[in-house]
Design a protein. Structure first.
Length: 661
């Protein structure tokens, strides 16, 4: 198979018509299989790979569990917004060999957005003529039979696919699908079933039969019915998953509106009212405490100089009062002293008392009526000991509580809003839809699992019937030949699987050793024929757990497995690899550039950034590069254009000339 051209029209980042010539050319007399597509992050490399898959597989390009509504939503998002239209398309032309003859196919998918709906059309040509041998409604299936989607994942992949295999997520499932599809085992199994059914019918018509024909026919019908049901359940689960995601987005939007309008507060009104009452009590207590200290010492704290003079005068008054009191007491004691001999008249004693009294007045006239001057002095000293700080703290607490009261009042008003009730209904309705869809999805998923188990059971029953039929004795030559052919097919299938797995194991070790930094790390690989689990061993036969491999070695492991599958299959399919070196160290990058890309396939399309394949890597790769493109993203126009050449190999003047052309 050769991919000849890919054309995008108003698709993703590409406005207008953008075409890529993908046919490899010969250089200097030798094949140059690599087509290099370079671009910065966000320039449209992944869009290129997406368009290729979309052209071939339509909805299946997004996965097996994608519903129609999700697919239409994806198509709507891929119409270039700057084009001014509502129509986009992808076209792919490729050569494909059938029965030794090469035919040229062209497929074009176009879709137009009409309001909430998307209309998709498909055109399919073979050798320049519209295909009529296959009904138009089966063109999708016809394309998938040409290149099964399971195989495309092994040949058209990005760095994420390599990472999945390297991490072991779904590796066995990928490997099983690849082995059975690439090696043709499913075809042998189908042929064996048809032959067994023929023999059973022949025996029943000639000998009356032993019921195997009827049982085998019933088994095949049951498998077909179950498989159709599985396909239908895939569609239904994908559709339900899409609805669930859509309802979840609506629910989240309703929840945000509900919260913005105070709906969450409305649900907690009782708690809100309790908070308001508690805050009111705290506010009243703070006001009372502030009022109390304001009625006492707090005002003095705002006149520090006056208080200082006040304290000094009071201290002096306290000392003077004590002196005069002592003097008066002495005078009284002297007057009453029995041993007094002085001849003092009453006038003398009156003069002494007046003197003491006048002295007391002079010492503390301002504090004459103060009963406890020392206590007053202690009170004034307390002003400097924290009264002002206490007042400031109480003031800040009052501001905080007042602000909280205003916020609580606003919340209460929002809680009483009539809009909250309506929005609550919207939110509950959205949540009900999400819950109902999730419940329905869970039921469908369980039915899908049960149906798959049923198919496995029916497959085992069919195998037993075929074995029983192939061992039966028949007399006629035709039936005898058919029976022998059935037994031969059974043995052929088992031997083919064993042989191909052995080849795959050998090819993998060769590829891994060719690419790995430590070529002797893995000497043997064993693939279980039932589970397709891969076990690695070193030269001494010791297990090499994949979890012990470094990150780079795991990447090489995944790449080597994909390469070995392609080589073992013998299918000449092109390789399309997006971001092939993003997670590799320098040495492993060099090995892939030198040893893998030039030999991976007859056509290798690499989608890379300049940091992955830089100047040094480009020098090594250049002899094998047929031609190259550079994707250039215009931030102002929000579109990507295509130029010939790879980064430094194309000038800005050439870019502009090519874009104008």
């Amino acid at each position: 198979m050769i991919l000849r051209s890919l054309k995008l029209e108003n698709f993703g980042l590409y406005r207008g018509v953008t075409a890529f010539d993908l046919v490899p050319r010969r250089r200097d007399g030798h094949d140059a299989p690599i087509i290099l597509v370079g671009g910065k992050n966000g320039a449209g490399k992944t869009t290129f790979l997406e368009a290729l898959r979309l052209a071939l597989y339509g909805k299946r390009a997004l996965g097996t569990r994608v519903g129609q509504s999700e697919y239409e939503r994806h198509l709507r998002s891929r119409v270039n917004r700057g084009s001014g239209g509502s129509v986009a398309s992808v076209s792919l032309e490729f050569d494909y060999a059938e029965s030794g003859e090469v035919h040229r196919y062209a497929v074009r998918r176009e879709w137009s957005v009409r309001g909430d709906s998307v209309a998709e059309t498909i055109e399919l040509e073979k050798d320049g003529q519209t295909i009529t041998s296959v009904p138009r409604e089966e063109w999708h299936s016809f394309l998938q039979e040409l290149i099964p989607p399971g195989l495309s994942q092994l040949f058209f992949f990005d760095g994420e696919k390599i990472q999945e295999i390297a991490d072991g997520s779904g590796e066995e499932e990928y490997l099983a699908d690849a082995v059975r599809g690439l090696l043709g085992i499913e075809l042998v199994n189908r042929l064996r079933t048809d032959l067994g059914l023929y023999l059973a019918r022949h025996r029943a018509s000639r000998q009356g039969g032993d019921g195997i024909a009827e049982r085998l026919e019933a088994n095949i019908r049951d498998i077909q019915v179950a498989q159709r049901r599985v396909d239908q359940l895939f569609e239904e689960t994908a559709e339900l998953a899409s609805q669930r995601d859509s309802y979840s987005r609506v629910s989240e939007q309703a929840r945000r509106r509900f919260v913005a309008e105070g709906g969450d507060v409305a649900l907690g009104r009782t708690r809100l009212e309790s908070d308001i009452a508690e805050n009111k009590t705290l506010l009243q207590a703070a006001e009372a405490e502030l009022r109390d200290i304001a009625n006492r010492l707090l005002p003095f704290s705002y006149a520090p100089q006056l208080v200082a003079k006040f304290k000094a005068s009071l201290a002096a008054s306290t000392v003077g009062a004590a002196s005069t009191d002592v003097l008066k007491s002495v005078f009284l004691d002297l007057k009453q002293w029995p041993g007094a001999s002085a001849n003092w008249t009453e006038a003398h004693w009156n003069d002494l008392e007046r003197f003491a009294k006048d002295l007391r007045t002079v010492d503390g006239e301002a504090f004459g009526d103060l009963p406890d001057k020392r206590s007053a002095l202690s009170t004034l000293e307390a002003i400097e000991g924290g009264v002002r700080e206490q007042g400031v703290a109480l003031h800040q607490e009052l501001l905080r509580l007042t602000s909280k009261a205003e916020a609580l009042a606003t919340s209460l008003a929002r809680a009483d809003s009539a809009a909250s009730g309506t929005m609550l209904d919207d939110l509950r309705d959205a949540d009900r839809k999400v819950g109902g869809t999730e419940a329905a999805l869970a039921l469908k998923q369980e039915e899908l699992r049960t149906t798959r188990v049923l198919i496995d059971t029916l497959d085992r029953e069919r195998s037993k019937l075929l074995d029983e039929q192939s061992r039966g004795k028949v007399g006629e030559r035709q039936a005898d030949l058919g029976s022998r052919a059935a037994r031969a097919l059974m043995e052929y299938e088992n031997r083919l699987l064993a042989l191909k797995l052995k080849q795959l194991q050998t090819e993998f070790v060769r590829c891994f050793s060719h690419l790995a930094r430590k070529p002797d790390l893995v000497a043997e690989a064993r693939i279980d024929p039932q589970s397709f689990a891969v076990a690695l061993f070193d030269g001494q036969g010791n297990p090499v757990p994949k979890v012990d491999l470094s990150a780079g070695e795991k990447q090489i492991y995944a790449t080597a497995m994909l390469w070995a599958l392609a080589r073992t299959s013998g299918r000449n399919l092109p390789m399309v690899i997006d971001t092939p070196l993003a997670r590799l160290d320098t040495e492993h990058r060099g090995r892939l550039v030198e040893r893998y890309f030039p030999a991976a396939s007859h056509q290798v399309i690499l989608l890379s950034t300049d940091s992955e394949i830089g100047d040094e890597a480009m020098q090594k790769l250049e002899p094998f590069v047929s031609h190259s493109f550079q994707l250039i993203y215009d931030h102002s126009a929000r579109r990507s254009t295509v130029a010939n050449g790879y980064f430094n190999n194309v000038s800005e003047e050439a870019d502009r000339a090519l874009q104008q052309a």
